[in-house]
Design a protein around this ligand. Structure first.
Ligand code: SF4
Length: 335
């Protein structure tokens, strides 16, 4: 089947008197209906910038300078802003890490969801929006929804607020949900419940999910496939199973090793030395070279190409140029 979302060579730059700073470099990814793609990386690597670019919420002087974003075959980059506004919150909905900041603190949640319903009602406009609000609150697992519609955001827990945000996102019956660190602010139990809710809603509605996260645990729980991002570029894409069995990019391997696991609990957490280069930094060679313990001469001179391991798994690293196996399985490489 054709992907619902197909992003090809998306490039975002900051226009600047002394030349452009490139902050997203030829980002390509795809998500199919009913599928969850995780965009994984440390903070500052460009994940949120990519999400904002997808829905064209970049503010000048940051702008898309090349590439295509196709949603169900339609190019969003060239869409007039008025049509893009209908796509946002309609075909594409977003939820964020901090539901608090997206909710109006002085308006009952029922009215806030009703506004979202009204905005995207279309042919359903004649129905009482409050009836739909109660349905939506039920769908996202809020108990006793008819009585909760008059609650204000401060009366709800963090997990309940995120459920309200998800209800608002569902109001437009999205084909694609972009979830930017949706559970990072929540404790582990609530996090698991919200991820399970998203999965359940996906199964019922068939929506695609682009999940932006720095947390491999979240990827393991939810993603069908993932794309690893580093310094404004995607460096590896793989099905989750293949990735967890053998990450191919040295950066992915380091992310894997820095993840707290049961086996390593109590031992010092491996951290990746060094920092993500600032977005917009001019690069020569591989962007990860400063932090990579497999770096060799070519890495500092030439940018690595994409190398396929198979149809579904690709990596951007010189070590794979000859199809050579670069990455030992994580446990074998554990310190
Ligand atoms: Fe490391 Fe070189 Fe591969 Fe970059 S291209 S990740 S520096 S081995």
């Amino acid at each position: 089947t054709e992907p619902l979302l197909q992003v090809t060579d998306l490039t975002v730059e900051i226009r600047h008197a002394s030349g452009n700073w490139r902050i997203l470099d030829r980002v390509s990814l795809s998500v199919r209906a009913g599928e969850t793609l995780a965009l994984l990386g440390e903070s500052g690597c460009g994940k949120t910038m990519a999400a904002l670019a997808l829905v064209r919420l970049l503010a000048a002087p940051v702008q898309i300078t090349a590439g295509r974003i196709q949603l169900a075959g339609r190019d969003l980059v060239s869409l007039p802003e008025s049509a893009m506004r209908r796509v946002r919150g309609g075909e594409i909905a977003m939820i964020f890490q901090e539901p608090q900041s997206a909710l109006n603190p002085v308006m009952p949640i029922g009215r806030q969801i009703a506004e979202a319903v009204r905005l995207h009602a279309g042919q359903m406009a004649s129905r009482d929006p409050m009836q739909r609000v109660v349905e939506l609150l039920t769908e996202v697992g809020i108990p006793d929804p008819a009585r909760r519609v008059d609650d204000y955001p401060h009366q709800l827990s963090g997990g309940m607020k995120q459920r309200v945000m998800i209800a608002m996102a569902l109001a437009g019956r999205p084909k694609l949900l972009i979830a930017d660190e949706p559970t990072t602010a929540l404790d582990v139990t609530i996090q698991a419940q919200i991820l399970a809710l998203l999965k359940d809603l996906q199964q019922r509605t068939g929506m695609a999910i682009l999940l932006i996260t720095h947390d491999l645990g979240v990827v393991a729980q939810t993603a069908d496939r993932l794309a690893v991002m580093y310094a404004g570029q995607i460096v590896e894409t793989a099905p989750s199973g293949a990735f967890f069995a053998g990450p191919a990019h040295p950066y992915s391997l380091k992310l894997m090793l820095s993840r707290p696991t049961l086996a390593r609990r109590g031992r010092a957490l491996a951290v990746i030395p060094g920092r993500v280069p600032p977005l917009g930094h001019a690069h020569r060679g591989c962007r990860f070279a400063e932090r990579c313990d497999r770096a060799h001469a070519a890495c500092h001179q030439r940018e690595p190409d994409w190398h396929p391991l198979n149809d579904a798994h690709r990596v951007r690293c010189h070590l794979w140029a000859a199809g050579q196996l670069a990455a030992a399985p994580p446990e074998a490489a554990a310190p």
